[in-house]
Ligand binder design. Structure first.
Ligand SMILES: CC/C=C\C/C=C\C/C=C\CC/C=C/CC(=O)SCCNC(=O)CCNC(=O)[C@H](O)C(C)(C)COP(=O)(O)OP(=O)(O)OC[C@H]1O[C@@H](n2cnc3c(N)ncnc32)[C@H](O)[C@@H]1OP(=O)(O)O
Length: 302
């Protein structure tokens, strides 16, 4: 793989700063080599990475129960795992899936955005930006094996992949539903959606906070395949084989050509975007909306 074609977020220190910071907060690295694959298999508390049967493909299982909400610690572990895979030339592709039943990811962790201080909001948002940039500009082929509900930040994460496979289950709804929470999807969430399903469909989906059931998600182009739940993983590996048949350098340059302008838009104004988020999320009215939404989630249980 030619070094010249490896896409990089311009300032690697951004990831390192976040990862080191959170790594320290996590206490000790939880990486554990295991099985006969030794160094190729590793795990943190919340992210399991194992080689797929196909070789050169890793399967990354997200395990932050109950709903894989993207807490700061989880984001940090995710980033570290991704960085390890990017740097390991043995891997050319990653299947991202969930270890939590019926939920791919519940999106951003609402507890990171409610009742905290501005410094915490800023740190959290920087990590969210970082994960998006890392995934969106990844040199690896990323296939999202979406085996459950996939709202908001979960959907954003899936949209950074090159291919999305969704399980055909009533629970497997996907979309950017931020307006239903009384919050607004930031411009780079919107850009990622527009790049996938086009402007008009995005405008409707974003304003209404639509969560698409599988058949509709397929129809609008939000996902590429809908298959029975027990076939999500095998379909992901089969699609992966197709993508890996393309020479890396050509595919990577093409991916960069398609995505760089969108990523650059955020890279050029990261700090302003963080400040915008902090002031937006700190508003009393927004905090009230989040409180109501969190209460609704709790009441749902009865
Ligand atoms: C002009 C302005 C311009 C720009 C604006 C600037 C900035 C932008 C500002 C803000 C943007 C912020 C973007 C946010 C994106 C997000 O991702 S927000 C999160 C959205 N997520 C959701 O709406 C999903 C909510 N969850 C659910 O719908 C269900 O939990 C789900 C279907 C996923 C699973 O259902 P089920 O299996 O029945 O589980 P429960 O509902 O019972 O949940 C189990 C426990 O988990 C807790 N939980 C669920 N989701 C979250 C979450 N996202 N964060 C934290 N915690 C969550 C839930 O409360 C239960 O907890 P309990 O067991 O009761 O303690």
């Amino acid at each position: 793989m030619a070094l010249a074609v490896r896409m990089r977020v311009p300032c690697r220190a951004l990831l390192c700063a976040g990862a080191q910071l959170r790594g320290a907060a996590l206490g000790r690295p939880e990486w554990a080599a295991g099985g006969g694959d030794g160094a190729r298999r590793f795990a943190s508390l919340r992210v399991l990475v194992e080689p797929g049967a196909e070789g050169r493909v890793a399967v990354m299982k997200l395990k932050n129960p109950p709903v894989n909400s993207l807490s700061l610690d989880f984001l940090t572990e995710f980033l570290i795992s991704l960085e390890k895979l990017e740097n390991d030339k043995a891997f050319r592709g990653v299947v991202i899936t969930s270890d939590c039943p019926n939920v791919f990811s519940a999106g951003l962790d609402l507890r990171e955005m409610y009742g905290r201080n501005p410094g915490h909001y800023a740190e959290y948002w920087k990590a969210v930006q970082e994960l998006w940039l890392r995934l969106y500009l990844s040199n690896l082929v990323l296939v999202a094996a979406i085996n459950g509900s996939c709202p908001a930040g979960g959907c954003l994460m899936a949209l950074t992949s090159d291919v999305r496979i969704l399980s055909d289950s009533p629970k497997s709804v996907i979309g950017l539903n931020e307006t239903l929470l009384g919050i607004v999807a930031p411009f780079w969430f919107k850009d990622t959606l527009v790049n996938t399903i086009g402007h008009r469909a995005s405008e409707r989906a974003l304003q209404l906070g639509l969560l698409f059931p599988p058949a509709e998600a397929l129809q609008v182009g939000l996902v590429d395949h809908v298959v029975p739940e027990d076939q999500v993983q095998s379909m992901a590996l089969s699609v992966m084989a197709h993508w890996l048949a393309i020479p890396d350098h050509a595919r990577q340059l093409t991916k960069a050509m398609m995505r760089k302008a969108t990523a650059d838009r955020l890279i050029k104004q990261r700090e302003a975007d963080i400040q915008n988020f902090v002031s937006f999320i700190s508003r009393d009215s927004i905090q009230k909306s989040l409180q109501i939404y969190l209460e609704k989630l709790k009441q749902k249980k009865g």
